[in-house]
Design a protein around this ligand. Sequence first.
Ligand SMILES: Cc1cc2nc3c(=O)[nH]c(=O)nc-3n(C[C@H](O)[C@H](O)[C@H](O)COP(=O)(O)O)c2cc1C
Length: 444
Amino acid sequence: MNLRRFLAWAAAEGCLGRIEQPVDPHLEMARLIHAKQEQPVLFTDPQRPGWQVVAGVCSRREHFAWALGASVAGIVPSLIEAMRQPSPPAHSAEAPCQEVVDRAPNLDRLPILKHLPGDGGPYITAAVAIIRDPDFGRNASFHRLMQIGPHSFTARLVEGRGTDTAWRKAAAAGRDLDIAICLGVPIHVLLAAAMSPAKGVDELAIANALAATPVVRCLTLDLEVPAECEAVLEGRITAQLVNEGPFIDLTETWDIVRPQPVILVGCLTHRREPIYHALLPGGLEHKLLMGLPREPTLFRAVAEVADCRTVNITPGGMNWLHAVVQIVKHEPEDGRRAIEAAFRGHGSLKHVVVVDDDVDLFDPAAVEWAVATRFQADQDLMVLPDQPSSSLDPSAKVVPGQKTRSAKMGLDATIPWTDPTGRLRTEAERHGFHKVSYEAAPDA
Ligand SMILES: Cc1cc2nc3c(=O)[nH]c(=O)nc-3n(C[C@H](O)[C@H](O)[C@H](O)COP(=O)(O)O)c2cc1C
């Protein structure tokens, strides 16, 4: 679903804010987006025709549901299906993202936000970067880009991920790596780019399985990009390093400053009156885009060992470290099995709660109620010490050059099938753990 269709939908739903007076991308715009709790908002400055800015595109699960033509509960099954059957995108005869061509672009003319006074510079935060690895083919992923000059960025390339490994191969061969930086990207492409499928699986083929994603060839690079992006910066990642940061990470805390490669931009193509997608680092959009694409792998892992109904990687754990898993229990040990599988399904997961299917896993109070009424720490708690874990957890054990490690914890908050003496409870006794509800009032 491209950005323009999203805006039309949000306007029809009555949830699109519009700001028509001038707002400065330098510090002011991010403050406003934050104050509006990342509700969809379109900035159109009549005195500065050219670029418009949109924020809040991915801030609610409902937006993804709409973009995929699914219910909120149907998002994960749609993603699972697309991962199971990726379909290579078709070449497009039309290239909206190339309506205007600028072969001498100046990045200062783009509305790139500086978010906080302490940031290392203005940052592009919602770009999908497309590169080609000589061994694994096309890779699409997110990289924050700090503008360091009118034609240059430095990018955060997490070590060992697709872009990083391809760039290292190119650098070792004495070459730069071509990169297409897509801006104002269709929502289903954003979701696919945030996935980490097996090496060699093309994220644009996953996107195309979610919704048609025609591609066009870049003008100066041998790379293809989704034709319905708002803009594309064509460039190359060089072997030169400069300091990247400071910048806020998913944790809403400052990430460290590190030497990262310089990217030089040679060409800009865009739609007429392009729309720039601004995304707050550490905000709702960042969190949902990180966590939601991990839910299919988490679901699949649990479904291998238990009757899994739904999973939720929850906002309180930055949509990354915490999850709730809902199962239908068929055997007394299903809860424990689900915990072990959840840690396999999402390697960064730190804490997981398993609940029965009468508990709404999107309601934190309902999950807490299940822990309060169905869980005994000496029976139902699983603690796994010293596990490989997420580098984003500030309390984890960091040893330079090695994988971060932390303890992991699983709470089996499903109805206990055995009582404290070890006797199997009868079905009637298990039924006693359910909430009793009032009948509906006649005129309510
Ligand atoms: C909003 C957002 C920002 C991200 N920023 C970065 C980043 O700056 N650097 C990075 O390496 N990964 C970043 N990621 C994570 C990667 O895009 C993601 O893990 C991707 O799936 C990696 O895929 P790959 O292993 O195929 O390269 C970000 C993800 C999201 C959703």
